[in-house]
Design a protein around this ligand. Sequence first.
Ligand code: GDP
Ligand code: IMO
Ligand code: MG
Length: 431
Amino acid sequence: MANVIVLGTQWGDEGKGKIVDLLTEHANVVVRFQGGNNAGHTLVVDGTKYILHLIPSGIIRPNVVCCIGNGVVLDPIALIKEIDELSESGITVNSSNFKISPLTNMIMPYHQGLDSAREKHKGKAKIGTTGRGIGPAYEDRVARRGIRVGDLANRQVFESKLQANISYHNYMLENYYEAPTFNFEQMRDEFLRIGETLAPYVDDISVILDKEIKENRPILFEGAQGTMLDVDHGTYPFVTSSSTVAGSACIGSGVGPTAINYVMGIVKAYTTRVGSGPFPTELNDDVGTHLAKVGAEFGATTGRSRRCGWFDAVVVRHAIRTSGVTGFTLTKLDVLDGLDTIKICTGYTRNGQHFDTIPSDTTILDDCTPIYEEVPGWKGESAADARTYEELPETAKSYIRRLEELLGIPAAIISNGPDRYQTMVVTNPFG
Ligand code: GDP
Ligand code: IMO
Ligand code: MG
């Protein structure tokens, strides 16, 4: 039995949620290991759409245990809202199918206050965060002052940590950012109530996963964001505050690397990005508009328009290397229907210098010009209508083969529509 990591290879929104839902058919447990409710993972099952931000995308399937690992930053208010919304659409979340690590750091209301105050303060240089308080919560984690889910079980510890945090962050908010501050008593009472609501879900995720591994039951690790948003390997500082690469799955859930058998990279057939920062293949023309419109490229979390551009093999190769990706899922192939020709970026050039890897200096990346190869589209034929790989237009198959050549790994799954059934599995990562 295999344990599989699913992660994004570009700037997020590659279609991870859809593929996690699909592959959960073969998994007993699905774990989120980093990020928070900055994520927006969409899945469509028989026409019904679900958008998940914190709860793993395996929740739609019965008899699957969904876990929040220690590497996540958890906004409990957002979580309770998500549980309620799921229950309204008939999906039950209870202490048997949902578990949270007590080691998980919480996103507190002052983290959101700091996130928006900092973005405002940065002006034009802003990162374009989701405003969910992700960065400030991760800062508190490494500063060793974070409040963890487990702290809610110990009133004394919780109150003293909250008191210290509020006093520290209020000082910055008031004096440095001239932004609104937060009230201790109000937050204490709210979070003590939240603690009671969350208590039944709290469990040792590392121990749960270890038992699954020893008993040979498959685990699916659900990544959020994408490699180019990784805090080290991405386009720093225009990144999120967590590690999004495969190694993070182990650290953020409490398993060792020997437990991982397959890393599935989710690859969009073109490229998108939300927020600021370099994006070499970005298109500000009719093709960009076509991709945005046909691909419905609006953020699942903030509703912002996603920037769109051609496929960038330099970016995806970077992800494959930094995560040891085994095989890839190509999503949104249908969105390229109707184009005369398609461009693939194979490298960059800048002042006569050639790059076939991502330059570490983001200002250099920002100044790079993509080198394209142009391949024929399949205008007049439809990738969207194909139900099997064989039924895909010949030129669409050539596009997939060219990507496999450039990336050096096989296409394991092809996705040609948002619904669960619009998927062709060439190789099942679970074996
Ligand atoms: P995630 O964050 O990686 O889970 O991706 P998002 O859910 O934010 O964005 C992907 C969007 O594309 C969602 O609206 C999906 O429903 C949709 N989607 C996923 N796969 C396909 C596909 O193959 N074709 C089309 N047209 N849409 C897809
Ligand atoms: P999923 O899991 C796309 C981007 C934000 C911003 C940067 C930092 O749905 O793929 P943050 O709020 O994390 O501090 O913002 O990261 N970002 C995402 N972009 N998909 C996501 O998640 C993202 N999560 C964060 O737009 O540029
Ligand atoms: Mg998303």
